[in-house]
Design a protein around this ligand. Structure first.
Ligand code: NAP
Length: 259
């Protein structure tokens, strides 16, 4: 299917690997010129080169911490204006609800809620002026079904979801569609580090920890960043113009709900 976005300009945050990279690859395959970001210069430069070589689009890397104002300013300067925005950042650390203090909450909310809000505030007005835009925020399945040890993530991402629910309806009439994708467990370094935590906590091997978590997913597998990216690219496509303010759960059926 032609996604109808060849020649568009996009920003994908936190994209040197994992889900962000999956999105960048799929958008590049659809012909979108990109600015991609992550903190480690060597990694983001290598990823940009690989994506550009593979798909023949322009890919500009920006090494910056997207959760800081200074980092966002540098990324936004490199982007100029964008038709497509994918917001993403690392997730907050696990822990216990009794241990988190105000600073922990502020850090999580800054990283996983307010950074996305600030990027939308910077880029969506231009999309509205030009009459076309797509935004995908990468959040988490924890928005629909909380994961207690990831309480900082539950809190920040649910806040972002509430914000998007309102503003997406305010901008849809100007051709801008804003949606969230909620990843369940995907095979990325983040999943490895969570498996490691489970293995250490339960005194089992990494393989056993993984098998245990896979057993809770109806597909019996972890999701793949490539498939995640393809969904993101569809939401950024010409064909997604009637999808507004939605929370698309990609979890292999793990969440046992009717709707
Ligand atoms: P990942 O494989 O660890 O990749 C994270 C990417 O983000 C890397 O490119 C990393 O590069 C970059 N990054 C991290 N913090 C950043 C920051 N402050 N500024 C800019 N770039 C940053 O993680 P992932 O699995 O793709 O997860 C992406 C998001 O989805 C996370 O928020 C995660 O919590 C959420 N999520 C993932 C899963 C899953 O199963 N994978 C499930 C639910 C939710 P640098 O370290 O070089 O910056």
């Amino acid at each position: 299917m032609d996604l109808g976005i060849r020649g568009r300009r996009g920003l994908v945050c936190a994209a040197s690997k994992g889900l962000g990279r999956g999105c960048a690859e799929a958008l590049a395959q659809a012909g979108v010129d990109l600015v991609i970001n992550s903190r480690t210069e060597s990694e983001i430069t290598r990823t940009a080169r690989e994506i550009a070589d593979r798909h023949g689009v322009s890919v500009t890397p920006v090494a910056a911490d997207i959760t800081t104002q200074e980092g966002r300013a540098r990324v936004l300067e490199a982007v100029g204006q964008a038709d497509i925005l994918v917001t993403n950042a690392g997730g907050p650390p696990p822990g216990n609800w009794t241990d988190w203090n105000r600073d922990d909450f502020i850090r999580a909310i800054d990283a996983n809620m307010l950074s996305s809000v600030a990027l939308m505030q910077a880029l969506v007005p231009g999309m509205m002026d030009r009459g076309w835009g797509r935004v995908v925020n990468i959040t988490s399945q924890s928005v629909r079904s909380p994961i207690a040890v990831l309480g900082l993530s539950n809190t920040a991402r649910t806040g972002l979801t509430g914000f998007v629910a309102g503003m997406s309806r305010q901008v849809a009439g100007r051709g801008v569609c804003v949606n969230n994708i909620l990843p369940g467990i995907h095979a990325t370094d983040r999943a490895d580090s969570l498996d490691k935590g489970v293995a250490e906590q339960q005194g089992i091997s990494m393989d056993d920890a993984r098998r245990q978590r896979q057993a809770g997913i109806p597909t019996g597998t972890y999701g793949q960043p490539e498939d995640f990216g393809a969904t993101c690219a569809f939401l950024c496509s010409q064909h997604a113009k009637f999808i507004v303010g939605q929370n698309i759960l990609l979890d292999g059926g793990a969440l046992n709900v009717t709707i």
